[in-house]
Ligand binder design. Structure first.
Ligand SMILES: [Zn+2]
Length: 365
């Protein structure tokens, strides 16, 4: 079955259509963490260049940075930065000709008020535009008791469905560290989600609305020495099979998210795509790509970062220190890293965005 959507931010039914296309085609979309317009635009550029749809997401720290580290009220900055970034994406995404899912990243128990404050803004946006600001928020209560986790997510999902939003939840703990939502000394078996817990989440959440699930199968945030944790994608398959068997659904009933994808083995990424993974988070590798692009230029042109005019030759360095010069190199290197991600996730060339003859959204052509 072929699906098409209007380019731009996709939410509600359109989000589920895109997700379905990914699962049917056995490919996933990179969910790239962004912190400002440079990274957002690089992601849009990369998606457009690779003719792939994409997921843009903000952590609470990324959102705060977007609003500005100088903003005194940090909580407000986390809320307003996310809202501001979402507006930026809503304004530009369709002009890059691809579909964009807008997401936020990990929110633990302390950050539930952050999610609720973003929902306040999302509800206002919905009143005006008939669609939400974000396609989905992640609520990660995996460090809490399983029943608390699922019930609290159910409570938030009840509110989200009213504005056509989805929720991403986490069961089991992703190792590593990300924006303070880390897990240094956790039991090793918590790194592997239990299929019974996935079933429980499905039974509570699915009747309320649409949810996606970050299941742990030994994945770790960041890039570490290989061999610390063993990746076991078959855990994803076991969870899918249990839900399918118990509720007599079609294959791969769960919409799965792969956290901690940076530095993962290509074979295991491919294996997870067959088990209903449609979203793979990427942060560490694109952070490095941006830094590498800027860093190389700064090292090669160090004098231009110390003097406006060369103290010996009198040569003006304006063309080199102009932030547009070196920030662009960060963007370009991010695009190059994302070329690889689209290829690994097999989403390149598969954008379902289509502008029809009248440029309208619901064209059957
Ligand atoms: Zn994560």
């Amino acid at each position: 079955m072929t699906h098409t959507l209007k380019p731009g931010v996709v939410t509600g039914d359109d989000y589920r259509t895109l997700l379905q296309a990914c699962k049917e085609g056995q490919y996933a979309l990179p969910a790239v963490n962004v912190i400002g317009t440079n990274t957002i635009n690089a992601v849009l550029e990369a998606a457009s260049k690779n003719k792939s749809d994409v997921i843009i997401q903000l952590s609470n720290g990324g959102a705060q940075f977007y609003a500005g580290k100088g903003m005194e009220d940090e909580f407000q900055a986390k809320v307003l930065g996310a809202v501001s970034a979402a507006h930026h994406v809503h304004m530009l995404a369709e002009h890059y000709g691809v579909c964009v899912i807008l997401h936020t990243d990990h929110a633990n128990k302390k950050l539930v008020p952050w999610v609720e404050a973003m929902l306040d803004h999302g509800e206002e946006f919905y009143k005006i535009h008939g669609k939400p600001l974000f396609s989905s928020h992640m609520v990660d209560l995996s460090e809490e008791d399983i029943d608390y986790n699922i019930n609290e997510c159910a409570r938030l999902l009840e509110r989200m469905v009213k504005i056509d939003m989805s929720i991403e939840i986490e069961l089991g703990v992703t190792g590593g560290e990300e924006d303070g939502v880390g897990s240094d000394d956790i039991d090793n078996d918590k790194l592997y989600t239990q299929p019974e817990d996935c079933l429980k989440a499905y039974e509570v959440l699915q009747p309320i609305g649409h949810f996606t699930l970050a299941a742990s199968f030994g994945n770790v945030h960041g890039v570490y020495k290989p061999g610390n944790v063993e990746l076991r994608p078959e855990i994803l398959k076991n969870s899918q099979d249990l839900v399918q068997k118990t509720h007599n659904t079609g294959p791969n009933p769960l919409d799965l998210v792969f956290h901690g994808g940076s530095g993962s083995d290509k074979g295991q990424i491919t294996e997870s795509l067959g088990y209903g993974v449609f979203k793979m988070n990427i942060d560490t590798d694109t952070q490095f790509a941006f830094a590498e692009g800027v860093g190389k230029f700064v090292l090669d042109n160090d004098k231009a970062f110390k003097h406006q005019i060369d103290p010996v030759s009198g040569e003006p360095y304006k063309k080199l220190y102009d932030p547009r010069k070196w920030l662009r190199l960060g963007e370009e290197n991010t695009v190059a890293r994302l070329d690889e991600a689209f290829k690994d996730l097999e989403s390149a060339g598969k954008s379902i965005a289509k502008v029809c003859c009248q440029g309208k959204s619901s064209c059957a052509a």
